[in-house]
Design a protein around this ligand. Structure first.
Ligand SMILES: [Fe+2]
Ligand SMILES: [Fe+2]
Length: 147
């Protein structure tokens, strides 16, 4: 049984951000399954490493996207990213000392609070205002932060 289920209402249209968000759902479900099978502790270092990489790449991608579109809540959103990153850094440092359930709780809250409540309105705004600022015909890759 999955602890979190991806749904397409979370698709942003930005491939990189969507792939990264889907990855976090996968990581949470993998850890949940490992805990149910009694292998949670063995998964903690793998999850900590993945989360560390995720927080660097994903938050940078989102912040670049917000800056490119002049998102007015960028500094608050960046602050929320910093708070998540400090927890992830702590997990990465301590690894085996962290209880698997504690890491799982963190991941679920990252999805429910950050992705669903903080990212979702940002993405709506970026999509709406990105259209006004950049014509698709002149800048078709405007939402592709990898460009
Ligand atoms: Fe995000
Ligand atoms: Fe975010």
């Amino acid at each position: 049984m999955n602890i979190v289920e991806w749904d397409d209402t979370l698709l942003t249209g930005n491939d990189e951000v969507d792939r990264q968000h889907q990855a976090i759902f996968r990581i949470a479900n993998e850890l949940h399954h490992a805990i149910l099978e009694g292998n949670g502790q063995e998964m903690v270092s793998k999850v900590a490493a993945k989360m560390y990489q995720y927080s660097m790449e994903h938050f940078e991608a989102e912040e670049k996207l917000m800056a490119a579109c002049g998102y007015p809540q960028l500094s608050q959103h960046r602050h929320a990213h910093e708070k998540v990153t400090s927890v992830v850094r702590e997990f990465h440092k301590t690894q085996q000392g962290v209880a698997p359930f504690h890491v799982l709780q963190f991941l679920v809250s990252l999805i429910r609070v950050h992705i669903r409540e903080i990212d979702a309105p940002m993405i709506r705004w970026v999509r709406e205002h990105g259209e006004d600022r950049n014509s698709p015909s002149t800048n078709p890759g405007r939402l592709n932060v990898t460009d």
